[in-house]
Design a protein around this ligand. Structure first.
Ligand code: 5GP
Ligand code: MN
Length: 347
């Protein structure tokens, strides 16, 4: 386990951030979600107040549903222009790694971040962090990286610099990573942070509208199709899952980010404690796992699908065909029968 930033270290970094405008690159994991984009743009708007030259650069785009975030149009995606991205990383004085703590999560950017001269600051809440950064603000119990960015700003004694723009970004990541305040990591302390964010005048209802009332017609039809035709329940294992083929993605013209949340419908079936979404992506088959209670979704993902994540929300991948991946998934469930179907517990 890595330590959180020590007090001396914080002062050193705080001095650097407060006194000298410098080149900063803020990176996130690939296919950034609401927490990755919210935390990086929140930090961007905060650090701008110190006149740094800052680039937010995730490996690629996580989806249009996050384009409403303030200054999203200034974000550069590394994979759109790797040469430019490499230059930015090599010329950076400071690189932030937000919402990831393993370099495998940033694709080809990983090797460049590992070797470049910049001071590296990792702020994250995923398990098993790698020691690639100079400073870490890491807490696996934090509900979101946005919450940790709030703490980072608090540690710099700068919460008065959190305006409605910073707050909009941080609120977005908190809402998405807590399932709108439903998941167990949602604490009274987190609600107090959210109250502070709301006091900036940030329009929380607009964020909610953009996140949850902004579906394309195709996406809703795709959702209906998946729920009617693709959702499978295995009552004896209290498991539900959805398999989506490449043809189906094309048929409904589903774009990156538009399958976000689909796995939660499988989990919402009464009595289900483990849910999976298996999608045939261009290169690999991608799996998303969600669980309720004491089923270790991250252990399951790591053991069978080279993945990982949080205890109740994890993911992995497979190089097999979608049919073989589904069979492997079903076989893997047998190994967890002791948790999935203890006597008298099937649906
Ligand atoms: P999602 O299902 O939303 O893609 O991912 C849920 C969580 O699982 C992510 O926050 C991330 O922690 C983890 N995750 C997803 N895919 C992978 C993967 O391929 N490898 C690892 N290590 N973690 C993953
Ligand atoms: Mn997160």
């Amino acid at each position: 386990m890595l330590s959180s930033i020590g007090i001396n270290n914080i002062h050193k970094i705080a001095r650097k951030l407060k006194e000298n405008p410098c080149n900063i690159v803020i990176t996130t994991h690939h296919k950034p979600d609401g927490d990755a984009m919210g935390s990086s743009l929140g930090l961007y708007h905060f650090l701008k107040k110190y006149h740094h030259h800052i680039t937010v650069m995730p490996p690629n785009d996580g989806g249009k549903y996050l384009h409403f975030l303030p200054a999203h149009d200034e974000v550069i995606f590394f994979e759109d222009n790797p040469e430019q991205g490499k230059n930015l990383l090599e010329q950076a004085d400071i690189i932030f790694s937000l919402d990831y703590s393993q370099l495998s999560r940033v694709n080809e950017m990983g090797d460049i971040i590992r070797t470049c001269k910049a001071t590296k600051i990792m702020i994250d809440h995923h398990i098993d962090p790698q020691p690639f950064s100079d400073y870490q603000l890491w807490d696996e119990h934090a509900a979101s990286t946005c919450e940790l960015v709030y703490h980072f700003i608090e540690t710099l004694e700068d919460t008065d610099k959190i305006d409605a723009t910073v707050a909009t970004c941080l609120y977005t990541g908190i809402v998405t990573d807590t399932g709108s305040f439903r998941f167990p990591a949602t604490t009274p302390h987190l609600h107090r942070i959210v109250a502070k964010l709301m006091e900036t005048g940030m329009k929380h209802h607009v964020v909610q509208e953009m996140l949850f009332n902004n579906s394309s017609f195709n996406r809703l039809q795709f959702l209906g199709y998946c729920l009617s035709n693709k959702l499978k329940i295995i009552p004896e294992y209290r498991t539900a899952y959805i398999v989506v083929t490449r043809e189906e993605l094309e048929q409904f013209n589903i774009q990156t980010g538009e399958t976000e949340g689909l796995v939660n419908y499988a989990l919402s079936v009464e009595g289900v404690i483990f849910a999976a979404l298996i999608i045939d992506r261009t290169v690999k088959v991608k799996l998303s796992f969600r669980s309720i209670g004491d089923f270790p979704a991250n252990e399951f993902a790591g053991k069978f699908f080279r993945g990982g994540g949080h205890f109740n929300a994890a993911g992995g991948e497979s190089e097999d065909s979608i049919e073989i991946t589904e069979k492997r998934f079903l076989n893997a469930l047998h190994e967890y029968a002791h948790i999935l179907c203890p006597p008298g517990k099937n649906i």
